[in-house]
Write a protein that binds this ligand. Structure first.
Ligand code: IPE
Ligand code: IPE
Ligand code: MG
Length: 265
């Protein structure tokens, strides 16, 4: 459960300055958090699930429109089977325990990533979350599960190639907008802020396309220690940044989101 005192200590959204519409989080450091306490890695993942609840609550407080969380990467299959199994069972647990509550709070859940190759019950649960919350109008929580940015872009390229082969699309119409429109969730707002915890400064194949102009904030704390104040710290850092999108600071007409608000760039 979220730590109440964190939420009450937060600034009002209006006090932050420019707020991101779409935040992505690479939730990293569960294993090191556990090791530092002499605990098995699974305890770190379990504590990480609680941090996720705090992150959702904070995103809601700051009226973020979309929060995309990196939950299991396409490369995480390289971990020992026991750990992969544990991460899957944690997802089952999270869905069973939290989905109704998220639904009540008007959260819309969406999933990005490769569905093929997942255990059948997991696919079913993911579909259930999406269908149950489809009509909700509050925070969109995008769960990147079995997700890889390169895989997502390759999948978009494949779909476009098939359309070219069928004569539906001309090769010269394969623009950044066209590729953006074939990503897993093309209608989300542009990714504004990407947070990574755990003191690593890399993308690890997360939202490669979408992060073209995202502001990157790296936090030293391990994911299980992330709380509403960590989220606020990242937002304050974001508000202090100057986004130029290749334009010049001096000319306000050139500053701001690219012409299209979708991920098509
Ligand atoms: C992030 O924590 C959770 C997942 C990748 C699922 P890690 O498990 O990567 O933790 P560290 O990086 O080993 O500390
Ligand atoms: C990224 O963290 C994946 C998730 C948070 C789900 P990793 O721990 O897998 O990334 P690397 O291996 O350190 O780059
Ligand atoms: Mg890690």
């Amino acid at each position: 459960m979220p730590r109440r005192q964190d939420i009450t200590k937060l600034l009002a959204p209006e006090a932050i300055g420019a707020l991101p519409r779409h935040v992505g989080i690479i939730m990293d450091g569960n294993g090191r958090w556990a090791r530092a306490r002499g605990l098995p890695r699974s305890k770190g993942h379990h504590a990480g699930m609680k941090a996720l609840r705090r992150a959702v609550e904070a995103a809601d407080h700051f009226r973020v429109e979309a929060l995309t969380i990196y939950s299991f990467s396409a490369e995480n299959w390289a971990r020992p089977k026991t750990e992969v199994d544990y991460l899957f069972s944690l997802l089952r647990h999270f869905v069973r325990r939290d989905v109704d509550d998220l639904h009540r709070r008007n959260v819309r859940i969406r999933i990005i990533g490769e569905r093929g190759g997942l255990p059948e019950d997991i696919s079913r649960l993911l579909r259930h979350c999406e269908e149950l919350t489809r009509a909700n109008s509050g925070l969109t929580l995008v769960v990147a599960f079995n997700y890889g940015g390169r895989q997502e872009i390759a999948q978009a390229a494949r779909q476009l190639a098939e359309k070219v082969a069928r004569g539906e699309v001309r090769a010269q119409d394969i623009t950044p907008q066209a590729i953006g429109a074939h990503l897993h969730a093309p209608d989300l707002p542009e990714l504004d802020l990407l947070i990574r915890t755990g003191n690593e400064q890399r993308l690890s194949n997360f939202l490669l396309w979408q992060s073209a102009y995202a502001e990157l904030v790296f936090l030293p704390e391990y994911w299980p220690d992330f709380d509403a104040l960590s989220f606020q710290r990242a937002l304050l850092e974001y508000a202090a940044r100057e986004r130029r999108f290749g334009g010049l600071k001096e000319d306000p007409r050139k500053v701001g989101a690219p012409a299209k608000a979708s991920q098509g760039g």
